[in-house]
Design a protein around this ligand. Structure first.
Ligand code: NAD
Length: 293
């Protein structure tokens, strides 16, 4: 069993983006610039955004963090996005999800200029992804594809089972794995909360991507010997032994599943780190696109 090490792969992704960014700065006087919008004080969102901003610094990008109160008016948020859309200094815009209930996620995502949609959630980005056209790919599935590529995991003709059908992880993941690319070219089954016979379906999988947000959901009896298991889940579970009061749990019962796998991602230290690397690649691509245009 081989651990798919997010630290190693993300570090190499970041190094490569950093080198490309240095060239862009030198040759075109253009520093990639990510604008992040954070609403409220959700602990997990705070951590994600702080890590994104920190990574920008590490690799020589500019970043701007715009914070809003939990009760921010939807219109103010939309107006802020519109300003960022036309700000020549800004290459990529991300709005950290989830949003407070009174704000429409759909309106927020649709307001982002597709040429700055570095999270890849805009319908235009998703539409291009479905058609296999160049676009911003949602960072978590993109990061997983980079990880499969790094470890040269054979995906051609394999049966991949994706558990979870969200717009940000499960659905784009299923599209990427089914594309005529490498990695890709899998036969994909997408499962969700209404799927029947999930255990039997998972038992047939060569590759399983678990993205449902239920800690320890994927058990050893659900996988076949030699399967590749990608754990996307990140759930904070109360843990009195930790200073923070919680520990991070994935969707896979790692201890019992790992011995049966050929490859597996740990949580933490797996997909989460790749997500940030992929976001940086998208932000770099957005800056490059601006120069080309
Ligand atoms: P979501 O809540 O939007 O979607 C969960 C999906 O799981 C749904 O499609 C639902 O149908 C499915 N599901 C729920 N219960 C199920 C069950 N019993 N059997 C089969 N399917 C079931 O969640 P999301 O935004 O896609 O995130 C999923 C997990 O991934 C969460 O833990 C989240 O924190 C994590 N996540 C991690 C990263 C990362 O960078 N590692 C990024 C995004 C999300």
């Amino acid at each position: 069993m081989i651990i798919l090490d997010g630290k190693i792969v993300a570090a190499s992704v970041k190094e490569s983006v950093k080198a490309k960014a240095a060239l862009l700065i030198r040759e075109h006087k253009k520093t990639p610039h990510l604008a992040a919008i954070l609403i409220g004080t959700n602990g997990a969102s705070e951590t994600y955004v702080a890590n994104k901003v920190k990574t920008c610094e590490e690799i020589g990008f500019k970043s701007t963090l715009l914070r809003f109160d939990e009760n921010v008016k939807e219109q103010l948020l939309l107006d802020t996005i519109k300003k960022l859309n036309v700000d020549d200094e800004v290459d990529g815009i991300l709005v950290q999800l989830p949003l407070p209930k009174h704000i429409s996620e759909e309106k927020v995502i649709n307001t982002i200029n597709p040429s700055k949609d570095v999270d890849g959630f805009h319908p235009s980005s998703i539409g291009k992804l479905v058609q296999g056209l160049p676009t911003f790919i949602p960072a978590t599935p993109y990061g997983i594809m980079l990880m499969l590529k790094h470890y040269k995991i054979d995906t051609v003709g394999k049966h991949a089972v994706v558990i979870g059908r969200s717009n940000i992880v499960g659905r784009p993941m299923s599209i990427l794995l089914s594309q005529n690319t490498n990695p890709g070219n899998c036969t994909v089954t997408i499962c969700h909360s209404r799927s029947k016979n999930l255990t039997e379906i998972c038992q047939q999988a060569d590759i399983i991507v678990a993205a449902l947000g239920i800690p320890g959901f994927l058990k050893a009896n659900m996988i076949k010997e030699g399967a590749v298991v990608i754990d996307v889940g990140i759930t904070r579970v109360a843990d009195a032994t930790k200073k923070s009061g919680f520990s991070i749990k994935g969707d896979v019962d790692f201890e019992n599943v790992a011995p049966k796998c050929s490859y597996i991602t740990p949580v933490p230290g797996g997909v989460g780190l790749m997500t940030i690397g992929a976001l940086m690649m998208n932000t770099f691509a957005a800056a490059q696109l601006k120069i080309k245009n």
